[in-house]
Design a protein around this ligand. Structure first.
Ligand code: GDP
Ligand code: MG
Length: 162
């Protein structure tokens, strides 16, 4: 059975863009606006000869009352089923309360986590990534899912956890 890697994080941080980058094709639906409800979607993926199942956790309905809860529910199921987690944070925004809520779930799960500091499109944004050490999840991997920057190092880290 292939190991399962779940990609979790709040809406619009670039999870689906990252999944497409890893797959090398456009399969996960990328939304410019958060708020489309979609199920978790699993893909066959491979990195340096290691095959694994990559799970994109889809968008959540955004409503003022329920966003935290919905993010937590979706993330919780995905984390539960995963052997390792890619936790995606938008480095240009920094850690939000919603991110902190997911961190709590990750801690409780004791699953191995690679922290993806996404949207680091250039060297100038490297400092944004370093800010995410504050989440207490270890080294933030600066990545631009849009341009492919840093994804190799992040995937190496994921494979090391499987
Ligand atoms: P998801 O909701 O977490 O799956 O996020 P999406 O993959 O749908 O992306 C949300 C938005 O962020 C889209 O407009 C993407 O083009 C954009 N985005 C994703 N990754 C990056 C990145 O590395 N850099 C920049 N600048 N934008 C990104
Ligand atoms: Mg998505």
């Amino acid at each position: 059975l292939r190991p399962v890697v779940a990609v979790v994080g709040r809406p619009n941080v670039g999870k689906s863009t990252l999944v497409n980058r890893i797959l090398g094709r456009r399969e996960a639906v990328v939304e410019d606006v958060p708020g489309v409800t979609r199920d978790r979607v699993a893909y066959d993926a491979e990195w340096v000869g290691r095959r694994f199942t990559l799970v994109d956790t889809g968008g959540w309905e955004v409503d003022a009352s329920g966003i935290h809860l919905r993010v937590a529910e979706q993330a919780e199921v995905a984390i539960e089923l995963a052997d390792a987690v890619m936790f995606v944070v938008d480095a240009t925004v920094g850690a939000t309360d919603t991110d902190e809520a997911v961190v709590k779930l990750l801690r409780r799960s004791k699953k191995p986590v690679v922290l993806i500091a996404n949207k680091v499109d250039d060297n100038r944004s490297e400092a944004d990534a370093a800010m995410l050490w504050s989440l207490g999840l270890g080294e933030p991997y600066p990545v631009s899912s849009l341009h492919g920057r840093g994804t190799g190092d992040a995937l190496d880290a994921v494979i090391d956890l499987l």
